[in-house]
Design a protein around this ligand. Structure first.
Ligand SMILES: NC(=O)c1ccc[n+]([C@@H]2O[C@H](COP(=O)([O-])OP(=O)(O)OC[C@H]3O[C@@H](n4cnc5c(N)ncnc54)[C@H](OP(=O)(O)O)[C@@H]3O)[C@@H](O)[C@H]2O)c1
Length: 257
């Protein structure tokens, strides 16, 4: 029988948290609220403290708020330090911080390089540095990692760097799964299709929405709460044998991968 989906259960019986980057908006916000609704504790991470505090106000006892830029070593250390200082174990990391880097300023190679580096920092380093900062705490209790990628990693993003930077997470997740598996932990990738209503898609036109809907088999867009439910399942008691997988909830927009 599966164990209850609670937030306690650290090696020493201390309360454990799930660290959610990008927890102030969009899919990260929905995931944090879904965790709290399931009785779990979450640590909300992002650069804008007001966004995190708005989420935390929904259930103050369920959240720790840490404003940090986790594309930097100092930011990632700040998160790990705050979790430890609060006396929390780490049951999981959801790396939802990410998005599209600003386009190259011009056609120069320097501008192209800066665009790609910005995308890599935003989508890869935010996940890598956060997980590495928390790795000792994760390994103490067989923690779970979920990395937010995108269908763009499976079929291209037409922007060059976005899909490519997300694809880097897939290969890394396989290595991470092997490493965390030694302590009973897991690592998986969730690669959503089109989920409007988040800051990622702020200002999207109806033409784009309809074109994306037409690419699905179920005739509709995705919802952040649906992605959050899948992430919560991967973090929960029934998913301990699911690891090193890329799961793409996309309404049938991309087939069989
Ligand atoms: N929505 C979709 O259709 C879709 C589809 C596929 C994949 N995804 C992926 O899903 C994830 C969540 O996207 P979303 O749609 O929920 O977009 P979103 O609302 O823009 O969320 C991105 C979050 O990342 C945080 N963030 C960005 N850089 C950060 C940094 N350096 N340090 C800490 N936090 C940082 C942002 O907060 P601050 O600005 O306050 O730091 C923001 O809360 C992203 O990785 C995105 O690429 C989204």
């Amino acid at each position: 029988m599966a164990a209850p989906d609670t937030g306690s259960g650290g090696a020493d019986g201390a309360l454990s948290t799930v660290v959610v980057s990008g927890g102030g908006t969009g899919i990260g916000r929905a995931t944090a609220l879904a965790l709290a609704a399931r009785g779990r504790h979450a640590t909300l991470v992002g650069r804008r403290r007001d966004k995190l505090e708005e989420v935390a106000a929904h259930a103050p006892g369920s959240f720790l708020v840490v404003d940090a830029d986790v594309s930097t070593p100092d930011g990632a250390r700040r998160v790990a330090g705050a979790v430890a200082a609060a006396g929390l174990g780490c049951a999981g990391v959801v790396a939802s911080a990410g998005g599209k880097a600003p386009p190259a300023a011009d056609g120069s190679l320097e501008a192209v390089r800066d665009h790609w580096r910005a995308g890599f920092d935003l989508n890869v380093m935010t996940a890598v540095l956060l997980v590495e900062a928390l790795r000792p705490a994760l390994e103490r209790e067989g923690g779970r990692v979920v990395l937010l990628s995108s269908v763009a990693a499976l079929r291209g993003s037409r922007t060059g760097s976005y899909g490519a930077s997300k694809a880097a997470l897939h290969s890394w997740a396989f290595d991470l799964a092997a490493q965390l598996g030694r302590s009973g932990g897991t690592a998986n990738v969730v690669a959503p299709g089109f989920v409007p209503g988040t800051e990622f898609w702020a200002g999207v036109s109806q033409e784009v929405v309809q074109a994306r809907v037409a690419q699905t088999l179920v005739g509709r867009v995705g919802d952040a709460d649906e992605i959050a439910s899948l992430v919560c399942w991967l973090l929960g008691p029934d998913a301990g044998w699911v690891t090193a997988q890329v799961i793409s909830p996309n309404g049938g927009m991309v087939l069989g991968r």
